[in-house]
Ligand binder design. Structure first.
Ligand code: NAD
Ligand code: UDX
Length: 483
């Protein structure tokens, strides 16, 4: 394999876009072409408003774009020119057929693989960047060998899973905890692996570039996400005990996390985890365990998801209970909709469950999020009645004709007029540190008794006490009332 000079990335999504933009920025001598079948997505990457929001990303794209970074829908040409091809397409959970609801849908990976087989140059290195079930590289190899027009073609496939988290993608890519590259233990496999190591070595320290077997690399990605999600479910289980015993989960997680064997990260209790990866990848692991006839292992991981579902619905049940067991036609403000701060992504966001459950119980919901688009909110709440802001804001308390509706609000301040409750659903920094004056004015404009439900550790203990003094009813997930 020659040194890598021309890279193609198939899939311009949350992973393909940022990873290859950073790669192009860090390696000006390598031409990087990111391609996608979606014309609107590529148009957005080529415009002033990128299709995804990530802190620091637009600066990098604007500097590298047109220099050695290109976005195109001409997938075929990008494949044909490349000496290394990242496959960064989506691998969602199957919704029908064999393995529906648990197995990964590999149709996009297979379609991309077939295009590569048809068009790639001889000796091009293929890299699995998508999160895939263990041994997917073997299926890709078989498809490539069987369908390539090249006589006796041998394709080298590497596994290079992505560990970036949304909201901190650029930071994670510039300074990764590790880069993992799996390859077959053959001279060709090792050489291909070395070529990809050389690319990353342009900005990542050698000690942070890990080389393993193909199968360990594929499985490590699923394992890492499962372990992270398991910590979140574990602390959410403890949170429920804290509420019932008058203890504080944030004190408990701090006390536990100071033990270096446990560590402090990913122990924040709240509404449960969201995002496109955790649930999907655990389902993947459950499906794998079941197919390997390991039902106890499957059950163990299934419990992590079960706890997460329970955590989301527990929050909503708590809201209803504290509001005199009826929220019919009460105006409730959902502060934040994204699955975490610093992203506009709502895939698997707990906010969706909360919004749907509250509307089913008759609430008139007002949603405010600084980055989530109205289109994606509508998409997630299909079947519910939308009332535009002009109509909703003109109505007095209790005036809305219909229970179980939602409105998208231009600001948090506007949303709170005549509202009965404020719910912190996403941990946006702008919700933190709101001063006493703001809270006093907010209390004055809300319907009494005014409630605040903090599902995202927005308020500290002193703030909770201040708010109660002002007259708010305050409930914080994981914090029990002293008994
Ligand atoms: P995404 O849906 O945002 O992007 C995937 C893109 O691939 C889409 O734009 C789609 O149009 C395109 N695509 C699909 N088939 C194609 C084809 N044949 N040719 C060209 N383009 C094609 O998905 P994502 O969030 O970027 O995730 C991609 C993969 O990375 C998944 O396997 C995911 O599990 C994994 N991953 C995601 C994250 C994350 O934070 N989102 C982190 C780590 C790993
Ligand atoms: C995750 C992994 O962190 C990343 O390594 C992988 O590549 C993709 O999946 P992401 O889903 O983008 O990243 O965000 P992450 O920061 O992991 O948060 C996932 C969810 O867990 C969010 O809803 C977040 O609010 C929640 N979470 C996280 C908690 O509730 N408590 C915590 O302590 C940490």
């Amino acid at each position: 394999f020659p040194k890598v000079r021309n890279i193609c990335c198939i899939g311009a999504g949350y992973v393909g876009g940022p990873t290859c933009a950073v790669l192009a920025w860090k390696c000006p001598d390598i031409k990087v072409t990111i391609c996608d079948l979606s014309q609107p997505r590529i148009d957005a990457w080529n415009s002033d408003t990128l299709p995804i929001f990530e802190p620091g990303l637009s600066e990098i794209v604007f500097e590298a774009r047109g220099r050695n970074l290109f976005f195109t829908t001409d997938v075929d040409n990008a494949i044909a020119e490349a000496d290394l091809i990242f496959v960064s397409v989506n691998t969602p959970t199957k919704t029908s057929g064999v393995g529906a609801g648990v197995a990964a849908d590999l149709c996009y990976v297979e379609a991309a693989t077939r295009r590569i087989a048809a068009l790639s140059r001889k000796g091009a290195i293929i890299v699995e960047k998508s999160t895939v079930p263990c041994r997917t590289a073997e299926s890709m190899r078989q498809i490539l060998s069987a369908t390539s027009p090249q006589e006796g073609a041998v394709f080298e496939i590497l596994s290079n899973p992505e560990f970036l988290a949304e909201g901190t993608a650029v930071e994670d890519l510039l300074d990764p905890a590790r880069i993992l590259i799996g390859a077959l233990d053959t001279p060709r496999g090792q050489l291909a692996q070395r070529r990809l190591v050389e690319v990353y070595a342009n900005w990542v320290a050698p000690k942070n570039i890990l080389t393993t077997s193909l199968w360990s690399s594929e499985l490590s990605k699923l394992a890492a996400n499962a372990l992270l999600a398991q910590r979140v479910s574990s602390i959410n289980a403890i949170a429920a005990i804290c509420e019932a015993t008058g203890s504080n989960v944030f004190e408990v997680s701090n006390a536990c996390g100071l033990d270096p064997r446990i560590g402090s990260q990913f122990l924040k209790a709240g509404l449960g985890f969201g995002g496109s990866c955790f649930q999907k990848d655990i389902f993947n692991l459950i499906y794998l365990s079941t197919s390997l006839n390991l039902p106890e292992v499957a059950e163990y991981w299934a419990q992590v998801l079960k706890m997460n579902e329970w955590t989301k619905s527990r929050f909503t049940r708590g809201v209803v209970k504290k509001m005199f067991s009826t929220i019919t036609r009460k105006t409730i403000v959902c502060a934040g909709y994204a699955f975490k701060k610093d992203t506009g992504d709502i895939r698997e966001a707990p906010a969706i469950n909360v919004a749907r459950d509250l509307m089913e119980d008759g609430a008139c919901l007002r949603i405010y999020d600084p980055k989530v688009t109205a289109e994606s909110i509508h998409e997630s709440l299909k079947g519910f009645t939308y009332i535009d802001w002009a109509t909703a804001s003109a109505a007095g308390p209790w005036d809305l004709p219909q229970a179980g509706t939602y409105t998208i609000c231009p600001s948090l301040d506007a949303a709170l007029v005549n509202a009965s409750a404020l719910l912190f659903v996403t941990d946006w920094s702008e919700f933190k540190g709101l001063d006493l004056e703001w809270w006093t004015a907010t209390h004055a404009k809300m319907t009494k008794p005014a409630m605040v439900f903090d599902g995202r550790d927005i308020l500290n203990t002193a703030e909770c006490a201040h708010l109660r003094k002002i007259g708010f009813g305050v409930e914080k997930t994981g914090v029990g009332h002293a008994i």
